[in-house]
Write a protein that binds this ligand. Sequence first.
Ligand code: N01
Length: 535
Amino acid sequence: MNARMPHDAAADHPSAPAETDIAIIGTGFAGLGMAIRLRQSGLTDFLVAEKADSVGGTWRDNHYPGCACDVQSHVYSFSFAPNPRWSRMFARQPEIRAYLDDCVRRFGVERHLRFGHELTSAIYDDTRRRWHLRFANGQQWSARVLISAMGGLSRASTPNIPGIETFKGRAFHSQHWDHGYPLEGKRVAVIGTGASAIQFVPQIAPRVAHLDLFQRTPPWIMPKADRAVRPIEQWLFKHLPFTQKVMRSALYCMLESRALGFAVHPSLMKTAQKVAERHLRRQVRDPQLRATLTPDYTMGCKRILISNDYFPALSRANVSVTTSAIERIDEDAVITSDGVRHPADCLIFGTGFQVADPFAQGVVRGRGGVDIVDTWRDGAHAYLGTTLPGYPNFFMIVGPNTGLGHNSMVFMIESQVEYILRALKAMQNEGAAAIEVRPHVERAYNEQIQQQLGRAIWSTGGCKSWYLDPRTGKNTTLWPGFAYKFRRATSTFSMADYFAYSPAPKSVNVNVSAHAAATQSAHVQGKASASAEAT
Ligand code: N01
């Protein structure tokens, strides 16, 4: 896919920011979905910044062996872009990436894409009511609306294990898989047993001399109902599209029913747990290994994983599962707390992502230059996972508390995209240059969310997971329950929830950098003028 712009107007005038009405950051499902729906709604004054040189987000960045979706592809795709050609029930990474490439061409969004644009800072200029964006390549944009579609799982997390810098072999995170490094005949240490590791371990186990898997917490694993999509099904999906809609709806309802156990009656999870226990019994004969792989918390507390080949891989003679804590790393081995040395030529980190701090320090700064990292010091929060007081005209897709453990994230993404479209239309209709969610609205919303989460399996299931903010223990990642309730909550946009600001006077032309460094007094002044103009 090569959707690079042949000519970038801003490149001719590096000092003058490119003006755009709407700036979208990221080209995964969220950024592309937003871009497509903007075009379909007749809004074409927008640019999409992408740090890499192609689209795809997580499906471009994660390409480890065995990388695949663990939600059925008929549901894990845009409602407005069905794909009758899915080859399997759970498509693999190359096919999902190709689907997103195809969406770019199909919906004509190439002309809006700007590759090689890594956002380094986005600062809100309250005087001009615009966001000033800077990119690592030196480009600058000025945008009225900023939409973050950067994803919650894009920043790899690699543990800072003592001695790690002394390791002489090859080491990489699952997201940065080194396909050029031959694993054949090597002693490989894999750290982590999450959704990524359980997909790549079965792929590499037959190739390596020995694989040491370091497990801190065993996951609950269910059988994966995967199979090839039959040619007759593909024919039906293509020629009688309603058949795919029926399939999609049936899968959606099946997945949605799982929220009952997660959020409504956590005790139901005990029943589902029996299926996982049977799966483990059937696939692992060795009672000691089985005991090692049996979780001691209620199923659902951590993400439920699906796999048919993970347990058989761990039963191989060249694979050992180690549960002793990793104490340190030497130049050629992992040393565990029981004093055992596990020789290794290669370390692979399946250790997940930095979820609690979705933005790096200094990247997103709202009114008065306040960094979003500081606003979220006690945990991330937002209204409908989308808007935040102090950050006018800033919208997040896959923001706080929009994650799902039971259904398709694309459903949530589409809900937010439609909500943002409604907000943009409402601003247009009311002649508002900017909107900002009212603090009490956002606060009341989050209090209710946290109350519901307190009763859910993620809080009561007896485990520690990345769903919970490590600083506060608050669940800042998941939506507490049925996905359709989020769809309902985002299906109307009420201006009463927001301050609306009139356009800035034309003569105002403030140096943005100076403004970003503005002091608290400017912040207060900005607030006063904002509320004076609020409608
Ligand atoms: O990461 P994880 P992931 N020492 O955070 C362990 C999505 N995804 O990349 O459980 C030792 O789940 C950690 O142990 P513990 C999906 O949303 C989707 O696998 O914390 N171990 C855990 O075992 C998923 O949830 C698909 O005790 C350490 C593992 O590393 C999310 O990505 C596919 C450690 C991390 O597991 C993340 O999955 C793949 C340490 N210091 C991923 N630090 C789909 O199919 C961490 N661990 C859609």
